[in-house]
Ligand binder design. Structure first.
Ligand code: SAM
Length: 212
């Protein structure tokens, strides 16, 4: 079974149920990374947004229009009730129901490790399509020095995939990695190179991609 089907049919809800009490508590690594680069987004999309807790912080801070998608029906329903200023919808990363160049900031909110590797090209194409040029892309996820997968702890047959996800974009010279911020994932910062979690901030700017 494709992982995106499993997440739409209950694993997304299960993740939300396990984690909902912690969502939105404390400072947010992505908010800090955006602020450090003085990015002032006007229209933001978070892919894998759960209930939209992060988007709500960004909406309040920047006065931006914020939209989010997630396969979890429960997370989206709860987010719509809690954060009426957001536009949230059920969806997956490989198919974005938005106009081209609709967002000046697109965030992958720690969901790429759960996506199907067979969808990576489609996922990158879709994010690139909805992002303005120039624009900002944030990739928040595990970082592994070489691609690997581990059984997903909560359901047999599913996997967590780890790699350097920004490389899905940086093979295109229009995308440049401008900042990498290492984050705590568990109770403490790990120094294991294959357990790292990062917020990567990429600048998309095709006009500057090729030197004259
Ligand atoms: C680790 S949680 C992160 C949630 C939130 N962005 C945050 O940082 O708190 C991963 C989220 O990705 C969602 N997800 C799983 N597969 C997905 C897919 N193919 N496309 C988009 N989101 C997906 C899950 O339902 C879950 O809400």
């Amino acid at each position: 079974m494709k992982q995106k089907i499993a997440f739409g049919e209950g694993e997304g809800d299960a993740w939300f149920e396990r984690n909902k009490s912690k969502l939105g508590v404390g400072s947010d690594e992505i908010e800090q990374a955006i602020n450090a680069l003085q990015i002032r987004p006007k229209r933001i999309l978070e892919i894998g947004c759960s209930n939209g807790h992060r988007l709500e912080k960004l909406r309040v801070r920047y006065g931006a229009e914020c939209m989010g998608i997630d396969p979890s029906q429960q997370a989206i329903a709860k987010g719509k009730a809690s954060y009426p200023g957001l536009l949230l919808d059920i969806g997956t990363a490989d198919r974005l129901n938005f106009d081209s160049a609709a967002f000046d900031l697109v965030i992958f909110g720690f969901c790429l490790y759960l996506c199907d590797p067979s969808d990576y090209f489609r996922i990158a194409t879709e994010a690139d399509r909805v992002l303005t040029d120039p624009g900002w892309l944030v990739v928040y996820d595990f970082l592994a020095s070489s691609p690997r997968r581990r059984p997903y702890a909560h359901r047999p047959g599913l996997y967590s995939h780890k790699m350097e996800f920004s490389r899905l974009f940086t093979t295109n010279p229009a995308y440049r990695l401008l900042a990498r911020r290492y984050c705590e994932h568990g109770p403490e910062l790990t120094y294991d190179p294959d357990e790292a979690v990062v917020v990567d901030v990429l600048r998309k700017d095709s006009a500057r991609a090729f030197a004259g």
